[in-house]
Design a protein around this ligand. Structure first.
Ligand SMILES: [Zn+2]
Length: 558
């Protein structure tokens, strides 16, 4: 004789047995005890979360002969009739199969008749309620406009947004949340014990994860494994019974990706695909593995964490693991939306293995920090652009002979009060916020001998000059100047920096310096790592020559 499914045997029969729905269950239990009822309830949540189970328990609590109470007794004739589906007062219908007008008519007639005994309720449980036809909704609305006092409608749905607003406004809505993986694990452990099964900790972990928030699915999985493995259940048995990806494949894949071995990583994918495993599940497991490695790297070993060999941990850098996690997470999300599985995973694999070659961030920071003298000399301008140096692990780049970094030439004494512009900007911001931020785009401000206020703007920021010249901005600046200088200046002038100088003169040299900078291996690495662009720059004395005079900023190199 076939064994009864665990999901049926352990289906909750009372509120007290429901797992992980504390808030809605408490509200429904209180409503049952006080008999303070709405005419309609919406129970929403994902498939297998227990919506109809809770609806039946609620119906039992309302009609239990021991009531009114918070929970049903599950033993009296009324409770048993409902549990066995032969109660005259509790009607269940599935909207997916019964959506026609005839059923609505039946529903309306059934709603008009009082329940079989005084003090009971007629409870209508409508499953997949979002699939009701328009005619059915209209009929239901008619009933809800003047509901008979004994009628309670329980609308169960996975898609509450499809319930018409006219119905929703007359109903109480309970959104059920999925129990956590830890709650499901605990529940499965309890039931396994009652069934005389002996699952290992790893087996319980895998089963709880496979349940994906549904107690029913978790129990079905346990059924499946028991049929294959018998009483003693270990991780391998669970993987085999549920078709989960073997752990070694996940480990091999992550290790191959970590050392930048694309061929080995793709070979693992081949094997996984050949054995008919789900690639999305594989991506999720790889992500889980990367997470475990990152946690072990960051905080050391934790109780319950999967075992990780020290040399394996050693071969990863934290930033690398964070990056791998990011790519795998994005890939898994796209696979869930139904993207082409193998294509997406192949591309993700290539992306991740390419990352393994990049210079560690600390090393890069060190090389930048060591100043211009420590940098590799950039190639001569006409030469071809070299590839970025691709190294791993420690060894610093070749550097120029050790010598103190050349000092920057002392800046010329500013011809104007350096603090004037910031003070003006602050005062203007207090008058009109945006004029303050416009002023911060300027280069300098100075007071001429005749009292005129001159504000200079770099040529590359000519746009801001037009914003500053509007009458409103000008007025705010005059007010701000009056405050800062103790009196309004006779006039305010805006000048583009270098307007009097010959505009073309500075151009070639500065552009030349920026072009050379964009070929610098460190700068190139920054482009690659941070998706950076070069907006402008200032040449330093030393290997690159004297400071370039101001000139227009060139376009970004890409
Ligand atoms: Zn009862």
């Amino acid at each position: 004789m076939p064994r009864r499914p665990l999901a049926r045997t352990y289906r909750p029969q009372r509120f007290a047995e429901v797992l992980g729905q504390e808030a809605p269950v408490r509200a429904l239990a209180a409503a049952s005890a006080r008999r303070e009822l709405a005419a309609a309830y919406i129970f929403s949540g994902t498939r297998g979360i227990g919506k109809t189970t809770i609806a039946r328990i609620f119906a039992k609590a309302l009609n239990c002969e021991k009531g009114p109470a918070e929970d049903c007794c599950d033993a009296c004739p009324a409770c048993r009739d409902i549990a066995e589906g032969r109660s005259l007062d509790v009607l269940e219908m599935d909207a997916a199969t019964h959506t026609g007008i005839d059923d609505v008519r039946e529903l309306r007639e059934a709603a008009q008749y009082p329940p079989s005994r005084k003090g009971r309720y007629r409870v209508f449980i409508i499953d997949e309620a979002h699939q009701l036809s328009q005619a059915a909704w209209n009929g239901l609305l008619k009933i809800l406009e003047e509901p008979p006092p004994w009628c309670v409608f329980l609308l169960c749905t996975t898609e509450p947004h499809k319930i018409p607003a006219t119905i929703e406004s007359r109903a109480l809505h309970f959104a059920f949340k999925s129990p956590s993986t830890a709650e499901i694990r605990e529940h499965l452990a309890r039931i396994a014990e009652r069934e005389g099964l002996e699952p290992t900790g790893e087996a319980l972990d895998l089963l709880a994860k496979a349940a994906q928030g549904s107690v029913r699915d978790g129990l079905s999985a346990l059924d499946q494994v028991r049929a294959l493995a018998g009483k003693a259940i270990d991780g391998a048995a669970v993987r085999e019974a549920l078709g989960l990806v073997p752990e070694e494949a996940v480990r091999d894949y992550v290790r191959a990706v970590g050392r930048g071995d694309a061929a080995a990583a793709l070979a693992v994918l081949d094997g996984v695909e050949r054995e008919g495993h789900d690639l999305r599940g594989f991506a999720a497991e790889a992500l889980e593995r990367v997470r475990a490695l990152a946690l072990a790297k960051a905080v050391g070993s934790r109780p319950g964490a999967p075992p990780i060999a020290p040399d394996e941990l050693e071969s990863f850098r934290v930033e690398q693991l964070v990056w791998l996690g990011k790519v795998l997470d994005e890939t898994e999300a796209r696979l869930r939306q139904g993207g082409p599985q193998r294509v997406l995973l192949d591309l993700a694999t290539i992306r991740m293995t390419a990352m393994a070659d990049l210079t560690p961030l600390e090393e890069l920071a060190q090389r930048i920090g060591s100043g211009p003298a420590g940098r590799q000399a950039p190639p001569a301008p006409p030469g071809p652009a070299p590839a970025s140096p691709r190294r791993r692990g420690g060894s610093p780049g070749p550097s120029a002979p050790a010598s103190p970094p050349p000092k920057r030439s002392a800046p010329q004494a500013p011809p104007d009060d350096a603090s004037l512009l910031p003070r003006l900007a602050e005062a203007a911001a207090a008058i009109t916020g945006r004029v303050g931020s416009f002023l911060r785009q300027a280069k300098s401000a100075r007071l001429e001998a005749d009292g005129r206020l001159v504000i200079s703007i770099a040529r590359s920021r000519a746009f801001w000059k037009t914003r500053l010249e509007t009458p409103a901005a000008r007025e705010a600046i005059v007010k701000a100047a009056a405050e800062v200088l103790g009196g309004a200046p006779p006039s305010v002038e805006f000048r583009l920096e270098g307007e009097t100088a010959e505009p073309g003169a500075a151009r070639p040299r500065n552009r030349d310096a920026l072009e050379r900078a964009s070929r610098d291996p460190i700068v190139r690495e920054l482009f690659e790592r941070f998706d950076a662009v070069l907006l402008g720059g200032e040449a330093l004395p030393g290997p690159e020559g004297p400071p370039a005079p101001d000139g227009p900023a060139p376009e970004a190199p890409r």
